[in-house]
Design a binder for this molecule. Sequence first.
Ligand code: SAM
Ligand code: SF4
Length: 329
Amino acid sequence: MTALIDDFQRAVRYVRISVTDRCDFRCVYCMSEEMTFLPREQVLTLEELALVARAFTELGVEKIRLTGGEPLVRRGITDLVDEIGRLDGLRDFTMTTNGAGLGKHARSLRQGGLDRLNVSLDSLDPERFRRLTRTGNLQRVIDGIRAAQDAGFERIKLNAVILKGRNDDEVLDLVDFARRERLDISFIEEMPLGDVSDHSRGETYCSSDEVQRLIETRYTLIPTTESTLGPSRYFCMPGSQSRVGFISPHSHNFCATCNRVRVTVEGRLLLCLGNEHSVDLRSVMRRYPGDIEPLKERIIAAMPLKPERHHFSTDGDVQVVRFMNMTGG
Ligand code: SAM
Ligand code: SF4
């Protein structure tokens, strides 16, 4: 039973928590080249992050995803995972990562109770990978994925943001890689979050339907009814365990079934990725340190703020000034 029901009768069962705004990459669709990060005192402490996670599970949330920024650059991340991994009522505990830190951390994460991993991977060409991430090393990410498999993570999912003219020619290679390595893969439409300096979003927009058509030139995609409580629509392919997912905030609006909220790195509870409706959880935690009841009350009181839908458009306008690393993708 969840205590969190919004005004459109949607039950909130899934929270994404951003544990840092910092990152060792500077992906072109996510950050600008020069970023200013938050002063430490504005960022939730590990204790506050753990309290937020416990408050949500006590209110009926069953799925928690840690994200960022890059969660694996947050000092103490494995301690936080240990703590959250022990919470009663948590059915699915996941992390989205760029994969570069998995060589170092995969084993501790698995031992700490993390169930699943999403690893972002937009190109299999080392040069292009470097250009898209501005700093990333492809081999390190691939080694990280293998380290995670060795540590016992199953059904690792790749996330690929496809940009026209940048990496849309790699869609089939990415699917082949996923099949070979026994990974799932989701293709994500670029969202207009933050004003990135690298490209105009109207020009690079590539719809999920276009990506799907490309894949279908080589493979048959069979729709599945499976759900991971997330926004992906999944397909399977004959002769392969790998699933292909599409996350399509533009072309297939998924707001009607939205069961998610987000907590930003500053402790703002965001009721919708595409809107500014939010409440401040940090101030409650700092006024009543370690006391979970006022925090739970604030979360319950925020539910009527969850808007019916977002209004992203594909013309490249920036509608939300937050960068994705602040929000947690
Ligand atoms: N650093 C981790 C990573 O890259 O997986 C976690 C945070 S990142 C913000 C989460 C996901 O958001 C990544 O899969 C990334 O590709 C995606 N993302 C970032 N900016 C985006 C944008 N403007 N539109 C769509 N997806 C975006
Ligand atoms: Fe960092 Fe992830 Fe954003 Fe890339 S998408 S810059 S890895 S937070």
